[in-house]
Design a protein around this ligand. Structure first.
Ligand SMILES: Nc1nc2c(c(=O)[nH]1)N[C@H]1C(S)=C(S)[C@@H](COP(=O)(O)OP(=O)(O)OC[C@H]3O[C@@H](n4cnc5c(=O)[nH]c(N)nc54)[C@H](O)[C@@H]3O)O[C@H]1N2
Ligand SMILES: Nc1nc2c(c(=O)[nH]1)N[C@H]1C(S)=C(S)[C@@H](COP(=O)(O)OP(=O)(O)OC[C@H]3O[C@@H](n4cnc5c(=O)[nH]c(N)nc54)[C@H](O)[C@@H]3O)O[C@H]1N2
Ligand SMILES: [Mo]
Length: 758
């Protein structure tokens, strides 16, 4: 690798420790853990102040996840342990300043762990790594913008540039970012949702005519059955546990479908409710179904068999609002129980019992996250869940619906405002009309295609609005060779990460304000807007003093690049400075370009914001048939050789994607280490492995192999033949071309592996 930099994370010298997995989520330990993080990072006073502003109407949106806040009312502060960690991580007093960057070469830094890197604190100055240099040095903002414009203008084809986006970016910054890319002439706008909920978007657009979920938060308390499939809310969406608890109290049954029993689906104690903290907590899941990794399609097909068997007449919803029922019924009836049971790994008796519960449900909500989206057949699996929901008419009805639970706090909003490598013609036309630019019409690349293009030398400038592309992407070494092949890589970031080390010949770090910080322009402190998982757009305003006077806001960085580009490539019709002086002007452009944002500036100032239109919720299905579609696929799942394992890569409790807060996974009882592989005890016995044995893992795809050494074996209650590792460490093992059909999402949850000892 150029500059002697290692792309993958270093091995861990000491073996991890183990304690019993937890069955209760949140409660006192979570409060203590929150306090610890808050206090350690920013002091008691500022910690209380900051959390007081978190997710309040006049505060900032929690950067932790995209779970919505209650409509109309909020508790003292709607926050959770992991939201608090995200906030205090941004508010750290430590600084990765020019002195820090002068102390280390990038190659030395690449030997450090991600936990250590993040612990160095906030970035403070724009920095440059010049060709053949080993250390970053400071650069003036104007010089940085000039250099980017110079590189971009020297490209012979605009598609040689790539504009990546991570989902923490606000609507305003994201709109400007796509405007910059399209003004330059490319739709190369890959984003983190390509690795995340792309499969949900593709699947639901075909099934119900909108690539988003259909439920509102209130639906949870009027639902009688909630399925939580392939999701770990206790860690990744802790505030969802409050909604599940309330749903439970209002009479809903909750079923968890997951290869492992996650703590949050056991019992839950609300961290801000003193009575809850003293008691045993509320039991969340009534039933846990331990499905094989990637066995969900078969499981839901089994449910469909039971439902169809129990239905006397065709429900009115099916005849009035759907298309394709007869073909679907034939496919379901033609599926054998043997195939269902064998592929799902779930007993027929259980499928029949739960199938009956689903058949009887009047209003069912199905929630899912990465456990469904990151498989080869992810789109088909999500469409099968949609099929099962259509059978019972669980759409457009109070208490029912489809609920893909988004990850990054504004990943859904970024898409809505135009971060899309495959934009519709109507969006492009509208953008041209409103802004005066000539929108490019050639389809852009997603993350996987972007790696291919850079690796092949077809794209040579990579600009990143947030995120950590190197570590988040699959096939770390392939991604590294793509990035190092570039002439320029630019990272707009808040904290140091590995994408600052594995870079193009020239690399820039442009440090920006975080969501918690004051964003002052000539027109005063600006707020931004974000869209949560349920399609509510609302405001977020920072109040904290910026980590460094040198920081610029994301919109002003885009404007800086835009202005420099105008100087180099000829004037564009966009008045960048005017736009970023007052974000109302950016919102006015969004309103004119994108349907659903009427009175944007007024409505985003309302307490709680406003809902974007959602046709499917109103029983209008904008599909090619004009109805909700049953879509038929044959049952599939990952096939492996008998001595192979299927590996899923998951998040621990102490991380936010590639940002590692600590080395403990408290709920799963794994401490002081992350290079672990969770294995069923019977598989350990059969292979002669003992707890903490060091093993090597090799992934297999299309005849090629990738090996990674130094993983500690941990016995865990996971189906036989299945294993789990943490992301991003295990990303090196996810083959670049192993992707979901239809969405091209890396199959981070189904990797064919073998495990060996030295
Ligand atoms: N604290 C914290 N919060 C976060 C994040 C974070 O890293 N930390 N990340 C944010 C982001 S971007 C996202 S996308 C979300 C991610 O939220 P999740 O999707 O909950 O995250 P993962 O850890 O990837 O968990 C996937 C879950 O799916 C299960 N699973 C894996 N394979 C299968 C399968 O084949 N079938 C079924 N039924 N289950 C399966 C795993 O056991 C695990 O419980 O969280 C967001 N919130
Ligand atoms: N194997 C495997 N791989 C996965 C996944 C998996 O489950 N398994 N999950 C995938 C998923 S769901 C996702 S969403 C992606 C995540 O991919 P990304 O979104 O690219 O990665 P993050 O780790 O969230 O990005 C962290 C960095 O963002 C920067 N940052 C934080 N806050 C801000 C801000 O306010 N502004 C700016 N400009 N920068 C900021 C910081 O510098 C930090 O280092 O990873 C994917 N990769
Ligand atoms: Mo995500």
């Amino acid at each position: 690798m150029g500059r002697g930099v290692t792309a993958t994370t270093p091995l861990e010298r000491n073996s991890p420790k183990r304690s019993a997995p937890k069955s209760v989520a949140a409660g006192i330990p979570a409060v203590i853990s929150t306090a610890k993080h808050g206090i350690r990072n920013m002091g008691v006073i500022s910690s209380i102040f900051k959390l007081g502003k978190l997710n309040k109407f006049d505060g900032f949106d929690c950067p932790g996840c995209a779970w919505p806040d209650p409509d109309g009312h909020r508790t003292f502060a709607e926050f959770c342990e992991n939201g608090a960690k995200a906030v205090s991580d941004e508010a750290t007093r430590k600084r990765a300043d020019p002195e820090f960057w002068s102390r280390w070469t990038v190659s030395e830094l690449s030997e450090k762990s991600d936990h250590w890197m993040n612990g160095q604190g906030r970035l403070t100055h724009p920095m440059i790594l010049r060709p053949d240099n080993q250390r970053y040095v400071p650069i003036d903002w104007d010089d940085a913008f000039e250099l980017i414009a110079q590189e971009l203008s020297s490209l012979t084809d605009p598609n040689q540039a790539i504009f990546y986006t991570s989902g923490r970016t606000s609507n305003e910054a994201a709109f400007l970012w796509q405007l910059l890319a399209r003004r330059f002439g490319t739709n190369n706008l890959p984003d983190c949702s390509n690795m995340c909920h792309e499969s949900s978007g593709v699947a639901l657009s075909e099934s119900i005519g909108i690539g988003k979920g259909t439920v509102k938060l209130d639906d949870f308390t009027s639902s009688d059955l909630i399925l939580v499939v392939g999701q770990n809310p206790g860690t990744n969406h802790p505030r969802m546990l409050t909604s599940l608890r309330d749903a439970k109290k209002a009479g809903a049954s909750i079923i968890s479908i997951n290869p492992i029993k996650e703590a949050g689906m056991g019992r839950f104690k609300h961290p801000q409710n003193p009575l809850d903290l003293l008691g045993r907590g509320t039991r969340i899941a009534d039933e846990h179904i331990s499905v094989n990794i990637n066995g969900d399609f078969a499981l839901f097909r089994g449910f469909a068999k039971v439902i169809l068997d129990s239905q006397q007449d065709l429900p009115a919803f099916v005849s009035e609002h759907t298309h394709g029922f007869d073909d679907y019924r034939d496919a379901v009836m033609g599926t054998s129980w043997n195939e269902v049971v064998h592929t799902s790994g779930v007993d027929r008796e259980i499928i029949e019992r739960i199938g009956e519960v689903i058949a009887r449900s009047e209003c069912m909500i199905s929630c899912w996250a990465m456990g469904l989206t990151q498989h080869r057949n992810a789109v088909a699996t999500i469409q099968e869940i949609a099929n099962v929901s259509l059978l019972g008419g669980h759409i457009g009805r109070s208490g029912a619906g489809l609920c893909p639970v988004r990850g990054h706090s504004n990943v859904q909003g970024d898409r809505t405002v135009g971060i899309n490598h495959k934009p519709t013609m109507s969006f492009l036309d509208s953008l041209s009309k409103v802004t005066g630019i000539e929108s490019p019409i050639i389809e852009g690349v997603d993350v996987v295609e972007a790696v291919h293009r850079m690796r092949d030398g077809d794209s040579t400038v990579f600009l990143s609005m947030g995120g950590n592309f190197l570590s988040a992407m699959s096939d770390t070494n392939a991604t590294a060779s793509a990035l190092t092949n570039c002439s320029l890589t630019v990272q707009i970031s808040t904290k140091p990460n590995r994408s600052h080390l594995v870079t193009g010949k020239t690399a820039l770090i442009l440090p920006c304000l975080g969501r918690t910080e004051l964003d002052l322009t000539v027109s005063g402190n600006q707020f931004v807007t974000v869209e949560n998982s349920m399609g509510i757009v609302h405001s977020s305003i920072g109040t904290a003093k910026p980590a460094s006077p040198q920081l610029m806001s994301e919109p002003s960085i885009v404007s800086g690049i835009g202005l420099a580009l105008d100087t180099k490539c000829g004037q564009s019709p966009i008045d960048w400075t005017h736009l970023v002086d007052d974000y109302d002007r950016i919102r006015a452009l969004i309103e004119q370009t994108i349907p659903g944002f009427d009175d944007y500036n007024a409505r985003c100032r309302n307490e709680g914001g406003f809902y974007l239109p959602n046709a499917a919720r109103d029983m209008v299905f904008n599909t090619h048939t004009g109805k909700a579609n049953f879509i038929v696929h044959p049952i599939t799942s990952i096939q492996t050789e008998p001595d192979h394992f299927v590996m899923m890569t998951i998040r621990s409790h102490d991380q936010y994607n590639t940002t590692i807060y600590g080395l403990d996974d408290r709920y799963r009882g794994i401490n002081k280490g992350r290079r672990v592989v969770l294995v069923n005890e019977l598989d350990m016995e059969a292979n002669g492995w003992k707890e903490f044995d060091l093993v090597n893992i090799t992934s297999h795809y299309g005849g090629a192999e990738i090996s990674s050494r130094g993983w500690y074996v941990i016995p865990y209650a996971i189906p036989m033949g299945n294993v789990a590792t943490y992301f991003p460490e295990a990303n090196v093992l996810v083959p670049l071309d192993s992707v979901a059909e239809g969405s091209n999402t890396p199959t981070s949850k189904s990797i064919d592996v073998t495990i060996t000892t030295n």
